[in-house]
Design a protein around this ligand. Structure first.
Ligand SMILES: [Mn+2]
Length: 326
């Protein structure tokens, strides 16, 4: 039996967990990532959080589908694919995350592709600003930087763009295309830290350099070790800052998480991933956790592929929410 610590700097009800289960795949083009949350739930994740970590669960008990019932055709706009349905879904997700977070609860969002973070981070930022008058920091654990502006993007897939919208590098007036994002809830580029990068587009690299965004690539993890990297990441955002952890399962090496849309070799070991989550939990500063890009339909031919990926995903979430070895 492991119990999570109730010590939380920013949550009034840290033992209460608001669950948002997002069956959404419109931010990219591969089938199956919308089945990620159900696969995690079927593997017992929510039961484990309730029975082993002692959380009281709120929010979704079944996965929401975010079907776009608009009759307008979802044609590309500014190079974005499915812009209308992603904008509509993420606006709803922002409201759901906000509804849980304003109660002072920890929020867990299960994706879904990483475009959904446009909603989760916006919802967290709004709730924390209103409740505490503070800005959040985002720790983005990922193989990719996901900070393409629509015009920079080579693929047009919005799951490669969430941080451009969230930080205001990409702006849009039209409410049907992310214009609903409120300027006061945007994330400061100084409060964004990456861990695990290894596949960064040239234009993104230039942008990260220009803006001095703190990023720890796999090179840094090899050089300093994961312990020191997390320490430096936390030092950068400051010890008195609410943390939203957005964990893309593709940050893990495909050995541990093959069932994901854009796997890249040379990634984190499962232990390094778990360590990041454990160490962030230890700060008592986490206010929200996303786990995204688990796609049980991919690497299915390897038989263990989906099962291993789901198992890894469950482990990451439990560690972020307080599971410890001893
Ligand atoms: Mn990502």
């Amino acid at each position: 039996m492991h119990t999570h610590t109730d010590r939380s700097r920013f949550l009034s009800h840290p033992q209460d967990l608001g669950v948002v289960a997002v069956g959404f795949s419109g931010g990219q083009t591969k089938d199956g990532v919308d089945a990620g949350p159900q696969a995690l739930i079927d593997a017992g994740l929510l039961t484990q959080l309730r029975d082993e970590l002692g959380y009281t669960l709120h929010g979704d008990t079944t996965v929401q589908k975010y079907v776009d019932d608009s009759t307008a055709p979802d044609t590309p706009y500014r190079n974005m694919k499915n812009p209308r349905s992603v904008s509509t879904a993420t606006a709803r997700i922002a409201d759901q995350v906000y509804a849980q977070a304003r109660e002072g609860r920890m929020v867990l969002t299960l994706g879904g592709d990483h475009s959904i973070a446009i909603g989760t981070v916006a919802g967290s930022a709004k709730a924390i600003r209103e409740r505490l008058g503070r800005e959040i920091a985002v720790i983005w654990v990922d193989a990719h930087a996901d900070i393409n502006t629509p015009e920079m993007s080579e693929s047009g897939n919005i799951h490669g763009m969430p941080l451009a919208f969230l930080t205001g590098l990409a702006t849009e007036e039209n409410k049907d295309y992310f214009g609903w994002l409120a300027p006061e809830n945007l994330l400061s580029l100084k409060k964004l830290v990456y861990i695990g990068l290894r596949d960064v587009d040239a234009a993104e690299r230039k942008l990260l350099r220009e803006h001095g965004v703190r990023a720890f690539s796999m090179f840094d993890i090899d050089k300093y070790g994961i312990g020191r990297v997390v320490e430096m990441a936390l030092a950068h955002i400051g010890s008195d800052t609410p943390i939203h952890l957005s964990f893309d399962v593709d940050a893990l090496d495909p050995l541990w998480a093959p069932s994901t849309g854009t796997p890249v070799r040379g990634g984190l070991t499962l232990r390094e991933g778990d360590y990041i989550c454990e160490a962030l939990h230890e700060t008592g500063n986490i206010v929200a956790v996303d786990l995204v890009e688990v796609n049980p339909k991919l690497a299915a031919e390897t038989e263990l592929g989906p099962a291993e990926t789901i198992r890894a995903g469950c482990s990451l979430v439990r560690c972020a929410l307080g599971e410890s070895i001893l």
